[in-house]
Design a protein around this ligand. Sequence first.
Ligand SMILES: Nc1ncnc2c1ncn2[C@@H]1O[C@H](COP(=O)(O)OP(=O)(O)OP(=O)(O)O)[C@@H](O)[C@H]1O
Length: 673
Amino acid sequence: MTSTRLTSASSTTSPGNVTAACSRPQARRCEVAISIRPPRQQDSASAALPQSGSRRGIERASTTVARLTTSQKEHTFDGVYYGSSDQIQLWTATAAPRLQQAVAGKDSTVIMAGQTGSGKTHTTASFVQHTLHNIFPVLTADQENQNVSWTLSMVELHGSSFKDLLQPGNGSICMRQQRLQGQTSHIIASAAQATRLVNKGLKMRQTGSHALNATSSRSHMFVTFRQTTTTVDDDQEGNAGFHSTAASFTLLDLAGSERMNKTGAINGSSLAQEGHDINTASLRLRRCADSLQTLSSVEGGQGLAFIGHVSPEMDDVKETKSTLRFMEAAGKMRAKVSTQADARKRSYAQLEQTIARIQQDNSNLQQENASLRLQLDQANLEAASRDPTASAGTLPGSPRSSSLPSRGGSSPCASAGCTLDAPSSPEPSSVPSKEGRSPLPPAGLASSAGTPPSLNTCSPAPSSEQTSPATSSCLHLFLPMSPTKPTAHTATQRPELDWQQITETIPEMLGGYETTWLSAGPAFEDELMVCQQMAHELAGQQCKAQAQMAGLKIERDHCLQQARILSRKCRLQRTALRLQRAQAVVRVGKVRVKRQEWAATSHHAEHTSRLERSAAEAAVLREARVAAQVHQAQQLHQYQHFCSRQQPQQRSVSWLGAASAALRDLMTSVLGF
Ligand SMILES: Nc1ncnc2c1ncn2[C@@H]1O[C@H](COP(=O)(O)OP(=O)(O)OP(=O)(O)O)[C@@H](O)[C@H]1O
């Protein structure tokens, strides 16, 4: 049998090389091929191959193009293969590269799809043989090294339940995290033993007979070959350890989609129900083409190949058309998931980087530590040679000295000179006098945070360029231990300690500026004493600073109070202003009211005077009327008297009547009634 020979991952090349050889980074999609079954037995005499112009429903236009004869529509795939003669090419193009990927450590799957009776199981059986033929050279080579083994498992999905075809009683199979779990795996010892196992499994598979296929598979079948590679790794101590990797190659034979009227299944029969289940599952698979990628061991397009099986018969052209469409859709699927091996490689690379970085840091620290120790030892030796009394290993700041608290070298300036941290609570009684020369710092010089002041003495004085940049409020004293070494201040003689200069620096430091004072002195105690004096002064200054702070606080409180008073005054002024405005409004209102009152009063007076005038006029008029009446009455009386004397009585009566009428008219006209 001619077939593709596989290269073992562990025999000749490294896994990385095999992976590189197998990977095709540009084509991150699955392989899709079409296999056209040869015509059924009764047709074979009339036509060997379905060529154009024949009575076939599908024809192979080229090695990659299949054409439907009914519509002349062409469909392009990675390969179109026909009948038994192309089975080896089909294997070489689709399954062999996937098997090689499994050998290289990547899971891969070949899926057989298509209508019932189109040759899926036929191709699967053929591929099983090819697989066994290809893995055995690898097995033989690697078994010498005892590091590669292959296992076989066969599982079917019938309806919605899984069945172990190699151990029927096994009911623990399930799909977990998109992987089959619980199936039995049988170690492959020889090709013959494996073939027997496969045949046993195929016999156990659910089959049925219908009009289109006498031995129709009624289930989906997973045939999985799993390679496990074990390598022996020696750890750093030389102990042997085992490291194993596994990858699987799966042949998935889907149950064929079918039509009841074609299969001849009677409605309601178990055959019809099976057909319905198969069609439903197949339809789901077709609609969820993406989920095919996650089926079983499929990861990434490169590890996946689809082989669409079609029947050449004109009767099956509808199913053929549907299969071609599905295969075209599958061909557009792109890899979304990276392989396990890639993920492992990435995590290994990250871990290696981290380890390298940590190792580098560690060696840097060790070097720095060694150089510091060297400097310190030199300083101790020099101090001991100068002053035997100080040679008893009591150098403050020395790692061997337990009498002084140390910062453990964490300060960046610890390696350059002496560092004196500012204490906050002074205790004058504990400050040593210059004569006392106590090597210990005052016990009461504790910082506000409760940390005692640390005093680290270091090796020869650095040059002025070595002063660290001002970053915090701390004071650096560079105290040379050797009188022979030149310092920044003097190269020949030790200057007198300039206490004035020191004390001037303290306020600067308290103001938040870092100050550096360089001194040269042969005697260590002098420098130590200076430090202690400095600590004392610093504590005093700190105290003063606290007092200043307290004063500032009082001042600030006072200012705040003043501001509060001012703001209260402002509020009062505003209230007063509002009151004034209100009063003005009231005043205006009152004026208006008064004006109205005045207007009303004047109007009243005028009215009254008018009434009075009217009354006076009326009185005058009444008097005049009365006078007129009196006058008329007198005249009437005179006239009556005259008439009574001069004329007869009748004439006087008529005159009297006329006079009464005239008087009445007069009264009406004058008095108005
Ligand atoms: N390439 C081929 N060369 C010769 N015969 C073939 C080929 N493909 C299929 N056949 C024959 O066609 C018939 C049906 O094939 P097979 O059982 O594999 O179809 P199937 O697609 O698996 O059907 P089902 O889905 O119903 O199980 C078998 O008799 C098989 O021998």
